[in-house]
Design a binder for this molecule. Sequence first.
Ligand code: AP5
Ligand code: MG
Length: 212
Amino acid sequence: MKPQLILLGAPGTGKGTQAKRIVDEFGYSHISTGDLLRGEIAKGSDLGKKVKSIIDKGDLVNDQVVLELLNANCSISDSAYIFDGFPRNIEQSELLEEHVLKGAASKAIYFDIDLDILVERISNRRIAPKSGEIYNLLSRPPKVEGKCDISGEDLIHRKDDTAETVRNRLEVFKNTIAPILDYYEGRGVLVRIDASTSAEEVFAKVGEAINS
Ligand code: AP5
Ligand code: MG
């Protein structure tokens, strides 16, 4: 049985980009709490209305709310999952273990990077909401400007990718990551990967981590 994968890293480190490749190459299911929350906002659900202003500011949504959303969208007895964007604090690490993984074998991959380069990566990101493709005007531009290569849909700039919100998201990350890394290091399941290289090079290291 493949280990459940927990992707850790600051906003813009490439968690979503790598998750897509892991799904294609290794047959994992991908669950991104950010995508699920943005989906609720797009649907205009009560939950979406409740979390919209929090996400627009770049703060964290309540732990229990996110845990419920996560649990409603995954069943680890059926599949090996990539958890992208959860956990975001030590409490969520414990909730993930206790309520979702329940002792299942797991590996935590930390995308390590100098935070200064992330603002540029994020400001050049464009996403295709339906196909889930992630582009970058510098490192992965679409073939036709403003359109997804796969679906042809219009690309969008995420609402929380403004300079002010990104600064807050990076602050939140800096204030929460250390105990999460200690938690997985203590369990002997943490792998650190240099995320400053190309997406291909990062993916090669991710593959080694999955197979090790
Ligand atoms: P979420 O959606 O999880 O956002 P995030 O963690 O801030 O991460 P991003 O999606 O911004 O970055 P990424 O690492 O996926 O990078 P990507 O692959 O796109 O969360 C959003 C919000 O939802 C939170 O702020 C919070 O409010 C809420 N939320 C979510 N989960 C929560 C939880 N558990 N608890 C509470 N609240 C929660 O890549 C970025 C760009 O870089 C792209 O343009 C890409 O093409 C490019 N790129 C990728 N890799 C490379 C590379 N190697 N070289 C060059 N460019 C690259
Ligand atoms: Mg993402």
